[in-house]
Design a protein around this ligand. Structure first.
Ligand code: FES
Ligand code: MG
Length: 573
């Protein structure tokens, strides 16, 4: 239902019923809106939605009520009619089987509400991992003028002499707890210190990475991706975004989401992702966002970019700092200025400025080289992520080399296979598990169609008996994802996945696997006739019976297509 918005704001008349008596439909709509207490003058203004993803189950968004108020302020002061509305809130730790299982549901909810309601433009409020990808996917599909305000990161907390924030630290302490290095009392005290303010995880995890990518793509006001959630500037960003949304509502040729998502802007986003040492999940989300614009993100291209894009940002989980350090160090402006020679500069942003104009305007602004390094002195001369191909992953797999142990990069070893997540949970900590530190751990059936929605299970725990013996890292391979806050030599997103009958489904304990990061390869060293026998005996997972499970199983695409639904792609294929 393409709609020509070139005529300017439609206000409440936008999308009024196209059947029957249109005047009556509008009369009815206005009379019900009057019952909200608005004046007739206000109801004649351009309509600006505020898409609010707060919920009592979403700690990361607990400050959204004040951001909604700030956006409303900006909209009213600029002559718009602010109309906040809820969409589902996808909070990382609160959803079962995993939040990824509901990203596409959030994208559907958002897209349809953007399209169905009488909105001239929208302020999108998102933050926690899946919310920003869902909103950007929706925005590209609905293609109405949108400006994104992210939640902003939480602050770190001081605890017994060190700073703690979110799950890079929670994983670190939990691994030490598993290894018997810290006791139950201490792990409980730490539990209360990991997330102490509103906002998204305070490291360069998925939420922070996606916020940075959203700013790079031009969906946010410049300089706003990393403002801490509780900072007054965060509210001012929401107010200014409300004002911008009114401008977008009234401009005849306002910038739209599909103007922002182009091959050039996506390449910039990949560069930024690499330079941040950002989350592996961002590859999937960016692939899905690009897919909504009919653009295919090529993993081979990612490898070429990775070889020529340095890691500049020294933040956890790959480095030292927290997001608040990134913010005070110059944030995305500093990163984009450092990367400037590598970027496409003539891409638009939602403000109407091109990236070149923004960077020219910010020339000479502060940047702290301790957190955001210059290209001449990078954290690493090459990018944080690489794609691997080979007989085990013909359509690709991802390794976050910046968070991995280079001594494991060239290795041939025995596979120790777990057939499913329950199998992993059952056996990983058994003392009689046949495993040595030299083995590679393989997890099957944790991909998109594996029944759990591609959870962040790729960070397989080190088997307890090895952890107790001091083993900190092993090669781990799966079709699952990994939290952006995790680290280790972990091969993820193996495609096609096991539940789709990919080669990963055919691996057996005792097989040899060869990993070569240098050659960008991951191969299963088993003879073809043996693989053919195993393939013939393979059976797909049982069919889901109803509801969301059934829709998901029928429609979900593989990791190299962004784990989007086939019917949500531009031509519904
Ligand atoms: Fe929401 Fe980490 S739990 S961003
Ligand atoms: Mg996360």
């Amino acid at each position: 239902m393409g709609e020509d918005r070139a005529e300017g704001p439609g206000g409440l008349a936008r999308n009024a019923a196209t059947y029957g008596d249109r005047d009556f439909a509008l009369y009815l709509r206005r009379s019900f809106m009057l019952s909200m207490g608005w004046s007739r003058e206000a109801l004649g203004r351009p309509t600006v939605g505020i898409c609010d993803t707060s919920s009592g189950l979403n700690n990361c968004h607990r400050h959204f009520p004040e951001l909604v108020r700030a956006a409303e302020r900006g909209i009213l002061a600029s002559g718009g009619l602010p109309l906040p509305f809820p969409t589902i809130s996808v909070c990382e730790p609160s959803l079962s089987p995993c939040s990824m299982y509901y990203r596409n549901l959030a994208a559907i909810d958002t897209e349809e509400m953007l399209r169905a309601q009488p909105l001239d433009s929208v302020v999108l409020l998102g933050g926690c991992d899946k919310t920003v990808p869902a909103q950007l996917m929706a925005a590209v599909s609905a293609n109405i003028p949108c400006v994104l305000v992210v939640a902003g990161p939480m602050l770190a907390t001081r605890f017994e002499g060190e700073r703690l924030s979110a799950c890079t630290d929670c994983r670190r302490f939990w691994a030490r707890f598993r290894a018997g290095e810290i006791d139950a009392g201490r792990i409980e005290r730490i539990e209360g210190k990991l997330a102490t303010t509103a906002g998204t995880c305070g490291v360069m995890g998925t939420a922070s990475t996606m916020a940075a990518i959203a700013e790079t793509l031009g969906f946010t006001l410049p300089g706003t991706a990393a403002i801490p959630a509780v900072h007054a500037d965060r509210m001012r960003a929401a107010e200014a975004s409300g004002a911008l949304a009114v401008r977008l509502a009234t401009e005849r040729r306002a910038v739209r989401p599909r103007d922002l998502v182009t091959p050039e802007s996506l390449e910039n986003a990949l560069r930024v992702l690499l330079a941040l040492g950002g989350s592996t999940n961002a590859i999937i989300h960016l692939t899905a966002i690009a897919g909504r614009a009919g653009i295919r993100l090529d993993l081979a291209r990612l490898n070429r970019l990775s070889d020529e894009t340095p890691v500049l940002v020294d933040l956890k989980p790959t480095g030292e700092g927290y997001m608040e350090d990134f913010h005070t160090a110059g944030a995305m402006g500093a990163v984009l200025r450092a990367l400037r020679p590598l970027l496409h500069l003539d891409v638009p942003t939602v403000t109407g400025e091109t990236l070149r104009e923004r960077l020219d305007r910010e020339e000479g602004s502060f940047s702290d080289p301790a957190v955001i390094r210059p290209v001449s002195d990078p954290v690493s001369p090459v990018g944080g992520l690489v794609a691997l191909f080979g007989s085990l992953a013909p359509r690709g797999a991802i390794l976050k080399r910046s968070a991995a142990d280079p001594s494991l990069f060239e290795k041939e070893a025995r596979a120790v296979v777990f057939a499913s997540l329950p199998d992993l949970a059952e056996r990983i900590d058994r003392d009689d598990l046949d495993v040595t530190p030299e083995d590679m751990l393989v997890l099957q059936n944790a991909g998109p169609k594996g029944g759990y929605g591609m959870p962040e299970a790729g960070y397989l725990p080190i088997p307890r008996k090895l952890a107790r013996a001091g083993v900190k890292d092993m090669v781990r391979i799966s079709d699952a994802r990994m939290s952006g806050t995790a680290f280790g030599t972990i091969v993820l997103h193996v495609t096609p996945e096991a539940a789709e009958g990919g080669a990963l489904a055919l691996v057996r304990t005792g097989d040899r696997i060869r990993l070569s990061v240098r050659e960008r390869r991951i191969d299963l060293l088993v003879a073809e006739d043996e693989l053919a026998r195993r393939r013939a005996a393979w059976t797909p997972p049982p069919a889901a019976l109803r509801g969301w499970d059934k829709l998901w199983q029928r429609e979900v695409l593989q990791a190299d297509e962004g784990v989007d639904f086939a019917f949500l792609r531009p031509r519904g294929e």
